[in-house]
Write a protein that binds this ligand. Structure first.
Ligand code: SF4
Length: 113
């Protein structure tokens, strides 16, 4: 089992999840060169310890346990794993905090999908 970041992360890249992950398996982080060019964040399924800490931290509701990923986001499970093939390019997370979205922003972001 692992947790998966899905498409509602696109355009938000909130990073609140990065701040709580005890094993630093969410990439890229804000100060990584890839942060500006990647559309979204990803979880390394081989390193994730399934603690679940990231899921409630994502106020955009983009993170799911792999068994609970909605069908519309089903491709994202493989995408998270695939992106981790390039994890040597990523850097160790730095906690820089993040602004919290309003309920209206969360609803508007979900409407896109
Ligand atoms: Fe990190 Fe835990 Fe989320 Fe896995 S479930 S990505 S270990 S915070």
């Amino acid at each position: 089992m692992t947790f998966v970041i899905t498409e509602p992360c696109i355009g938000t890249k909130d990073t609140a999840c990065v701040d709580v992950c005890p094993v630093d398996c969410i990439h890229p982080v804000k100060d990584a060169p890839e942060f500006e060019t990647e559309e979204m964040l990803y979880i390394d399924p081989d390193t994730c310890i399934d603690c679940g800490a990231c899921e409630p931290e994502c106020l955009w509701e983009a993170i799911y346990e792999d068994a609970s990923v909605p069908e519309v986001f089903s491709d994202d499970t493989a995408l998270n794993a695939k992106m981790m093939d390039a994890q040597d390019d990523f850097e160790v997370p730095v906690n820089e905090g993040s602004d919290q979205p309003s309920p209206e922003q969360v609803a508007a972001n979900k409407e896109k999908w």
